[in-house]
Each structure stands twice: as structure tokens, then as C-alpha cells.
Design a protein around this ligand. Structure first.
Ligand SMILES: [Zn+2]
Length: 433
């Protein structure tokens, strides 16, 4: 294989062969139209630095495929400069992808179009202790009605999993909540559904969706934080998802923060995740209930754990106040450290944090800002995630669109192609190239 795994510390070789370069340029033009709305061919050429004939050639192809509309403005429309040029716009419903979010609690599936709208949502409970093959087969069967609804607009499928994946987005390398190790996820979907598939770490998929459709619109650097039963983070750096080197995902949740602390799902003791995860917080509430009249009544309620804590604190419960203080201390240290490391312009608080009560969210933001270096403090915005109710589905769909439609990543050298033939720099583009 000519592609050397990023995860093993090798240089990631890029291909600038004409075919790959053209796909990359096509992605650039599509991304511009997505973000800036209708543009002329000349606008596209000026913004990208591509020649007008190159733009015209790629645009012709995209119009023929139905991905762009080409409209001449009406004769009475004001013309700002130059001759009256036709305006290109993205046909946002011209295609769709299937997003599949695989969690320990179950599967969520939905169709996702170019505007980031999720439709045809389907939720499947996955009973525990199923094999990976059984879970994937369940997902394939749940996908069939959605595929039928998408018809020939369907481009492919994106799958989000809770753990690292290989650099090509084919395998789930390790997913502790699912008990998976080296599962060929993409192959399974491709063999069963006959469409291209890509798999991504779920929190990184959400970070990409946040950058394309949520808070990070036009922000090049972004941190997405997801708190639920576990704690995950992912960065978008320079507009692209950041893939960690040796292992593939950040393991902030498994940073030890309490010496001789509680046992974590990873086997170690005192991990951040073991003091912030939902199951642990509910256990602490139940343990405190005998000492608190307020909690005795409420600790077993089904409502979100941060809401439970918030109302108990506001009703004057000291036990709940202690637990919430711990949450805010640990979480603000974790997010503050992450902000200081890579200095993102935006921080999106997702998962249970996206729906946290305003007082709780306000305290987390305030405590985090206080722990961030002064020089960074005024330049970072920390807010609720804007991904809506199904961030994993939107994330998976967004990754599929990035890889299969926009080709946003620089093309990797294809397997089997000699690496030394790949050019290091793009050549000036010629007409029709
Ligand atoms: Zn751990």
C-alpha cells in the first residue's frame, strides 16, 4: 500500500495528479457556493485564483450533473459591474447522504442534504452485548427505507463511532462503549448497500458539522466539546478536522484528575470522564440522597442530570451544590487547557452541555474563561453547540459530504500508486484541466 498510515508517524503523501487536482478544485468551488451563496464564474475565479476557463469547465460539469443552477438575472435587475453575467447557485437538494450515529444506547439514522438539514430520522435501540456484525446488520436494515426515500439522489453513507478510526475512514479501530476493536465498518455498509461509505470518530464528525453548519461558520479554528456518558473533544484546525497522530483521537476524558479515584470504563482510576460522566453524577446524587431532603425526593428522576443539579442548588441544597461545583471545576480546567493548547476562535459546548440550564452554562463559560490565558481570553467565544437534536447524524452526514462530494481533504495518494510520482506543489492550472 502506497498510503502510509498517519497514525504510525509517517508523512501523509498527497497526490497532485490532474484527476485529483480537478476533484480538489471542484470541491473548492462547491464550498464557496455553499458558504457565500450565488456567485458568477468570474467571482469564483477571482476568489479561488483559478483561471476563468478552468472554472467554466468544472461548472459545466456540475450543471450537467444537476448540482448547480445557472440563472441569468432578469433584464431589470441592477448590474453592479461588467456585462450581465449568469449567476451560479448550489442545488441544495440535488443529492443527499445517509448519516448513521452508532452509540452504546442505540443507532440514529437520517438523511442529510447539502444545507445540513436532517430528515427521515430513524432511531433504533441496540440491545447490549450484541456483536459488531449484529449491530451493523441492524443499521443496514434500518437504513433501507431511508435509502428508498432518497432514491437516486443518494451519494453515500457516513458513520460516526465512539472512538478512533483509521486515516482512510474505513475501520473503527477501538470503540470502548461498543466493545469494538478493528471493525471494518465502511466495508460492511458498502457490501450490503452498494454505496460508498466512510467512518469517522463521532465527536470529530460533530466538530466538522459545527464548522460547516453550526457556530463555526466562517471560523477556521474550532473546538467541539461533547459531554454525556463520556467526555470527548475534537478540533477543527485551518478549516479541517484535526487528526491526532499516534492514536487518532484526543483522550482528554482519560486524563487522570483524581489520585486513587473511582474506576473508569477504560480500566484506569480517577479519569476526568469518571468524575464528569452522566452515570457517575447520577450515582453521586443517589449516594447523597440520604443526607438531603431535597435529593431524597428527586435523585432518581429521569430528567437531565444537569437540570436536576441546577434546580436542587437553586432550592438551597448543599449536597447538590458540592457536586455541581466539582463538575464546573473539572470541566473548566479541561476546556481551558484545550483552549490554551490550540487557541480556537470558537468553542462549541455539545451533548448534555447544549441543553444545560442557562445558569449552569453561564458558570461553566465564566470558570473556563478565568482559566484561559489572558491573551487568548478576549479572542475565544464559548457557546452552546448549534447542531440541534441529532449532532451525531448531522456529523456523520457532513463527513460523508466532505469526503464524497466536496472532497475537502487534500487527496491522499491512491493505494497502489507510486508515491514518488506525486508532485509536491500544484502546477498552474491549464484551461480545461
Ligand atoms: Zn479512563
Amino acid at each position: 500500500l502506497a498510503v502510509e498510515a498517519v497514525g504510525e508517524g509517517f508523512v501523509n503523501r498527497r497526490s497532485w495528479l490532474p484527476r485529483d487536482l480537478r476533484a480538489y478544485h471542484r470541491g473548492l468551488l462547491l464550498r464557496l457556493l455553499t458558504e457565500q451563496g450565488p456567485l458568477t464564474r468570474r467571482d469564483l475565479a477571482e476568489t479561488t485564483g483559478l483561471s476563468v476557463p478552468t472554472v467554466a469547465s468544472i461548472v459545466a460539469e456540475l450543471c450537467a450533473a444537476g448540482h448547480l443552477t445557472d440563472t441569468v438575472p432578469p433584464a431589470d435587475a441592477p448590474v453592479t459591474r461588467g456585462p450581465r453575467a449568469s449567476v451560479l447557485d448550489l442545488a441544495r437538494d440535488s443529492l443527499t447522504v445517509l448519516g448513521v450515529d452508532v452509540c452504546a444506547s442505540g443507532l440514529r439514522l437520517g438523511l442529510c442534504d447539502l444545507s445540513g438539514t436532517v430528515s427521515e430520522l430513524s432511531i433504533v435501540d441496540a440491545p447490549r452485548r450484541r456483536t459488531a456484525r449484529a449491530v451493523l446488520s441492524l443499521a443496514v436494515e434500518a437504513a433501507r427505507p431511508l435509502l428508498a426515500a432518497a432514491g437516486d439522489r443518494l451519494l453515500g453513507v457516513g458513520v460516526a463511532v465512539p472512538g478512533p478510526v483509521d486515516p482512510q475512514g474505513r475501520h473503527s479501530l477501538l470503540a470502548l462503549p461498543l466493545g469494538w476493536r478493528d471493525v471494518p465498518v465502511a466495508e460492511h455498509f458498502e457490501a450490503a448497500l452498494r454505496i460508498p461509505a466512510v467512518v469517522e470518530y463521532n465527536v470529530r464528525a460533530m466538530a466538522v458539522a459545527e464548522a460547516r453548519h453550526g457556530l463555526g461558520l466562517h471560523a477556521e479554528n474550532l473546538l467541539h466539546v461533547h459531554l454525556g456518558k463520556s467526555l470527548g473533544i475534537a478540533f477543527v484546525v485551518g478549516g479541517r478536522p484535526f487528526h491526532q497522530g499516534a492514536h487518532g483521537v484526543p483522550e482528554l476524558g482519560h486524563q487522570r484528575v483524581v489520585e486513587r479515584g473511582r474506576r473508569c470504563s477504560c480500566g484506569e482510576e480517577g479519569c476526568l470522564e469518571s468524575v464528569l460522566g452522566e452515570d457517575y453524577l447520577r450515582q453521586r446524587l443517589r449516594d447523597a440522597a440520604p443526607r438531603s431532603a431535597i435529593l431524597a425526593d428527586r435523585a432518581a428522576r429521569e430528567e437531565p442530570v444537569l437540570d436536576l443539579l441546577d434546580t436542587a442548588v437553586r432550592d438551597g441544597d448543599g449536597e447538590a451544590a458540592g457536586i455541581l461545583d466539582d463538575v464546573i471545576t473539572h470541566l473548566s480546567t479541561a476546556i481551558g487547557t484545550s483552549v490554551n493548547l490550540l487557541s480556537p476562535a470558537r468553542v462549541a459546548l455539545g451533548g448534555d452541555l447544549a441543553t444545560a440550564p442557562p445558569q449552569v452554562l453561564g458558570r461553566i463559560v465564566e470558570a473556563t474563561r478565568a482559566k484561559v490565558s489572558q491573551v487568548v481570553r478576549d479572542r475565544v467565544r464559548i457557546e452552546r453547540s448549534a447542531l440541534g437534536r441529532y449532532p451525531g447524524v448531522l456529523g456523520a452526514g457532513t463527513v460523508a459530504l466532505d469526503r464524497l462530494f466536496y472532497r475537502d481533504h487534500e487527496p491522499l495518494t491512491a493505494p497502489g500508486r507510486p508515491a514518488q510520482r506525486a508532485r509536491r506543489r500544484p502546477e498552474p492550472t491549464r484551461p480545461g484541466n
